[in-house]
Design a protein around this ligand. Structure first.
Ligand SMILES: Nc1ncnc2c1ncn2[C@@H]1O[C@H](COP(=O)(O)OP(=O)(O)O)[C@@H](O)[C@H]1O
Ligand SMILES: [Mg+2]
Length: 268
């Protein structure tokens, strides 16, 4: 598999005083409150947090798929206002069109314009970087879940985004496929240099792939809403050794931050 992605112009992402409230009045549901985050160009940040704490909401704000109720999101110093062309998103499900081939699905990631030959070359390269060149003419139902998700990754990469937004992209895959996909994303990020926000609820995945782990949790001192409860720089260069004892120690610390005790008490 050729996992050399084209180098991209990585860009920084900043969130300033970001709130997101759904509904209003008595029905108001404060999901995010006072989120400040600086992600320098080319950094990989994992957003970790319990289910329902607002991780996807935060990612959607960066992608421009949603707008903050207060505060602002900037990419490379310019405010995100509508669907963001500098960012690409990969979701938990591949979201492919079943009647289109893998290559045609990847082509949907390209902005309009450019010659047919150039577009075709970009699609072929993107499929090649995720190891799917021989399957370009297959339809989604003819390939495995892991291959479908690699197609979704190629569709995101084909436009060479400065910011890659990954929302639990491996969560629906079996354990071994998940590990291979983690390695693939790690390789692709290191060769492309893109800024990455990776949403996950998997502590090991966060420690394996991220330069920094950000824990999102409800504010203890506010009535409602989640914010950044903890940040941790992950030591050591990537690709990382999954058996590194330093990571094992950080794993315990992060699980503790997420409220998971190290040893379960025995039932009485
Ligand atoms: N469009 C929406 N309208 C109303 N509530 C929403 C909307 N999107 C998300 N929420 C609520 O925001 C909270 C956080 O959701 P989400 O960001 O998906 O969490 P996570 O990704 O961390 O599991 C949930 O309670 C969810 O119901
Ligand atoms: Mg989510």
């Amino acid at each position: 598999m050729q996992t050399t992605a084209t180098r991209v112009a990585a860009v920084p992402v900043t969130l300033r005083g970001v709130d997101r409230v759904f509904g209003s009045g008595d029905a108001a549901h404060v999901v995010l409150s006072g989120v400040d985050l600086d992600v320098p160009a080319g950094e990989v940040v994992a957003l970790l947090g319990a289910s329902g704490c607002g991780k996807s909401t935060l990612l959607r704000l960066v992608a421009g798929l949603d707008r903050p109720s207060a505060g602002e999101v900037n990419i490379d110093g310019a405010r995100v206002d509508g669907i963001e062309p500098r960012a690409a998103v990969v979701f938990q499900e591949p979201r492919l069109l079943p009647w289109r081939t893998l290559a045609e699905n990847v082509a949907f990631g390209l902005p309009s314009g450019g010659s047919r030959e150039t577009r075709r070359a970009h699609v072929a390269h993107a499929l090649d970087t995720v190891g799917l060149a021989p399957f370009a003419g297959y339809r989604p139902r003819a390939v495995s879940g892991g291959m479908a998700q690699r197609t979704a990754l190629a569709r995101a990469l084909v436009r060479r985004p400065g910011v890659l937004l990954l929302d639990e992209p491996f969560a629906a895959l079996d354990a071994l496929t998940r590990l291979r996909m983690q390695d693939l994303v790690d390789d692709l990020q290191r060769t492309s240099g893109a800024t990455v926000l990776l949403v996950t609820h998997d502590v090991d995945e966060a420690l394996q792939l991220a330069d920094r782990v950000v824990v999102l949790a409800p504010h203890p001192d506010r009535a409602a809403g989640a914010g950044i409860a903890h940040m941790l720089d992950v030591p050591g260069a990537r690709p990382r050794d999954r058996a590194d004892p330093v990571l094992a120690a950080l794993r315990v610390e992060l699980l503790d931050r997420l409220g998971v005790p190290r040893h379960r008490p025995h039932p009485a």
